[in-house]
Design a protein around this ligand. Structure first.
Ligand SMILES: [Zn+2]
Length: 298
């Protein structure tokens, strides 16, 4: 089964002599310390994650070996020109009772790669997504092959939460950087000053202008929709002669939640249809409704 997990990149800097040797062992060219940027990655660990899965501690060394030499890509596209980083060293580390795979990766400095390095340094490309193939998953409650017993991941059995334990590493795949804006405390957003940043400013800062524009247009459409809904409530209220003045109807329509207004509109339309003369009712409710609707769309 193929597994995908989130991991974390930690910025580092220039490689040590030993690291450079390992890098050159993998790279085709003989690189100097100035030509490469090194960072570490925290890959899979033996802790239960959000999916109620965990890697078996015994599987970590084998998995660590499989990640050696694997490349890192900027986005999830599988094109070779996007491969910017490469893992040159992996080891299983135990810290505070947690075992995890620590990987060291390098990026060649220069060109577009410098932007990625800057993003890692700034914490923007701190998160990475890693994938691997595992041969086996077992139930943490009873030890049988997961899926063959009645236990369900995330459910509690006598106080023990079931998870699936991933075993038998088979393959490790490329990892990819996930662009996540750094935590405010981490520094990147501090450039905007102490005030609350505006969405527009954030979009400009992180190159998301196109998405911002699309959202803006959708919001404008939404506003227009709400205005039309508001208008129909007012007109229906007046047409039904509820004895409520237009400003009052508009005030209600402006403040009530959209879902409530939709229900109110439907109810008012129904009431209006009922109050219509019998002759129009004979012609069918549908045509009448449309007549009312189109009357509102001036
Ligand atoms: Zn079980």
């Amino acid at each position: 089964m193929e597994i995908n997990k989130a991991a974390e990149a930690v910025s580092s800097g220039a490689p040590t002599a030993v690291q450079l040797e390992a890098i050159n062992h993998l790279a085709k060219a003989q690189l100097t310390a100035e030509q490469v940027y090194v960072f570490s990655l925290r890959l899979c660990d033996n802790q239960v994650d959000r999916d109620f899965e965990r890697f078996d501690e015994g599987a970590l060394p084998g998995l660590a070996r499989l990640f050696l030499g694997k490349t890192g890509i900027v986005d999830h596209k599988w094109s070779s020109d996007k491969q910017v980083a490469r893992i040159f060293e992996t080891q299983v580390v135990k810290e505070k009772g947690v075992s995890f795979i620590k990987a060291w990766a390098y990026i060649r400095r220069g060109g577009a790669n410098d932007e990625i390095i800057a993003d890692i340094e700034a914490g923007i490309k701190k998160e990475v997504s890693v994938g691997c193939a595992m041969g086996r998953a077992v139930c943490s409650v009873c030890g049988s092959e997961y899926g063959t017993c009645a236990h369900q991941k995330g459910e509690s059995y006598d106080g023990q939460v079931c998870c699936s334990i991933l075993q038998e590493p088979m393959d490790a795949f490329e990892f990819s950087f996930v662009a996540v804006p750094a935590q405010r405390e981490a520094g990147v957003l501090k450039s905007l000053g102490g005030k609350q940043p505006k969405l527009k400013e954030l979009a400009d800062e992180f190159g998301a202008q196109a998405e911002y524009r699309a959202l803006y247009q959708q919001a404008e459409l939404g506003k227009r929709y709400c205005k039309e809904l508001e208008d129909s409530i007012v007109r229906l209220g007046l047409a039904l002669e509820l004895g409520v003045e237009a400003p009052v109807l508009r005030s209600i329509a402006k403040t009530a939640p959209t879902e409530d207004l939709l229900k109110l509109k439907a109810a008012l339309e129904e009431r209006l249809a009922e109050s219509m003369p019998v002759t129009t009712q004979l012609s069918g409710g549908r045509g009448k409704e449309e007549a009312v609707e189109s009357g509102f769309l001036i």
